[in-house]
Design a protein around this ligand. Sequence first.
Ligand SMILES: [Zn+2]
Ligand SMILES: [Zn+2]
Length: 157
Amino acid sequence: MKPNHDPENVEQRMDQMISKLREHEFRITPQRLAVLRVLAISKDHPSVEGIYEEVRKGFPTTSIATIYKTVNLLRNIDEVLEIAFPDGSNRYDGNNPFPHPHIICVRCKRIVHPDMESLESIMNNAAKKTGFEILSHRLDIFGVCNDCRATKTNINS
Ligand SMILES: [Zn+2]
Ligand SMILES: [Zn+2]
């Protein structure tokens, strides 16, 4: 599956998440709906803090704990992909809840989807060579994005 970011799919994506939550008999509260919407709309792999900022615009009394809980819930039912980092600054992809590669800017933390046509053959090769059944994968590529490269920053200062 290839990651996609078609804004026309926002409602459809929300419906998918809602029916999956219902399947697991989780309640759909207005705050949870707001979290789903932010995840479905976001193109930039938001953090929990980022989701919190957005949800708070409509629900000022929302606590960050509620956001954590909802995101964890969605992660546990495979409706959101977590891009975990050792420092805990995890980011989330609610549009593409399946393993896919990311390229991450080390300066501004922007995360985009590289076009990786060859990934499938890499996986097939890995399976063939090791005899493993591949269940999942994680590929993070780190670099400096175009915008950051254009900003003249003195790395010594
Ligand atoms: Zn992604
Ligand atoms: Zn950058």
